[in-house]
Design a protein around this ligand. Structure first.
Ligand code: PAF
Length: 278
């Protein structure tokens, strides 16, 4: 596996890729787990050359503590990527990606105004800044993103269309622990008690999917909020049933043929997100 930390070195490597070979790209912030590895394996299945980036992007953190405490496990990550058969890993420093302040504002409305966007102002602009820079450098044919970050995926799809990137976005299903907890780099930071409580999130989402067939949007919302908030180690920040394309909140079931229920929950200091299609 080749590793580059400089943009020019990665571009020089790309010059040697045979014309017509498909480049698959998986951007990450490291602290890799099986969910990331699935993205790499999917990229390998669909492409000839797989490039992964590891970069903890400061512009997408609206909470400086979260940025400081973001897990960094580079040696282990490199080992996992090499085992997964990734061809290239790009590990730039902050000054390489942001030699000067990135002042660009991306127009992602209305997708960035709801849910994560409401609770983490500026987050998606930061994601768009780094993803657009990476797309410009890597120029992939395909880019792979996990469905756990459902809103991020929708926003990147919009970014690609509105800003005319020639990359096809491939959504990859969420990978879960055996107890149902969605895999996330943040899980590493859960205390034992919070880790024990966290599977209740997906368990409740699964139950709510069945309930939604029988009761209203509001009753489903109440069920999820009450069930999770009853657990002393968990606190729901938001739970919304939205249309999977517009991400607009439903007040009635008839407003969407493809609803998705999205949730953010605090497990102590750690914020976990998950979703389920109804
Ligand atoms: O999903 C992530 O890990 C990040 O938001 C991404 C897409 C790598 C951009 O920093």
């Amino acid at each position: 596996m080749n590793r580059f930390s400089k943009i020019e070195a990665l571009k020089a490597y790309k010059q040697h890729i045979e014309v017509g070979k498909l480049i698959g790209f998986v951007p990450t912030m490291g602290a890799l787990h099986q969910g990331h590895i699935n993205l790499m394996l999917e990229a390998k299945r669909q492409c000839d050359v797989v490039i992964c980036s590891i970069f903890v992007n400061p512009t997408q953190f609206n909470n400086p503590q979260d940025l400081l405490k973001y897990p960094r496990t580079l040696e282990r990550d490199l080992e996992m990527l090499s085992q997964a058969g990734v061809d290239v890993v790009f590990t730039p420093e902050v000054k390489e990606m942001y030699p000067e302040k990135d002042e660009r504002i991306f127009h992602l409305s209305p997708l960035d105004l709801v849910m994560e966007g409401k609770f983490r102002p500026g987050h998606f602009n930061g994601v768009a800044q780094i993803v657009s820079k990476l797309f410009d450098i890597v120029e992939p044919d395909f880019a792979f993103f996990g469905e756990k970050d459902f809103q991020q995926l929708a926003i990147i799809q919009k970014l690609v269309i509105d800003y005319k990137y020639k990359v096809k976005i491939v959504p990859v299903p969420t990978v879960r622990e055996v107890d149902g907890l969605a895999m996330s780099s943040r899980n590493l930071r859960l205390t034992e008690a919070h880790r024990d409580a966290a599977p209740l999130i997906y368990k409740t989402l699964t139950q709510s999917k069945k309930l939604f067939q029988k009761v209203s949007v509001q009753e489903t919302e109440e069920f999820v909020m009450n069930t999770i908030n009853k657990n002393p180690f968990l606190e729901v920040e938001y739970f919304e049933i939205v249309d999977s394309t517009s991400l607009q909140k439903l007040s009635q079931k008839s407003e969407s043929n493809y609803p998705v229920a999205c949730i953010a929950v605090y497990a102590g200091e750690i914020r976990l997100i998950d979703n389920i299609r109804y």
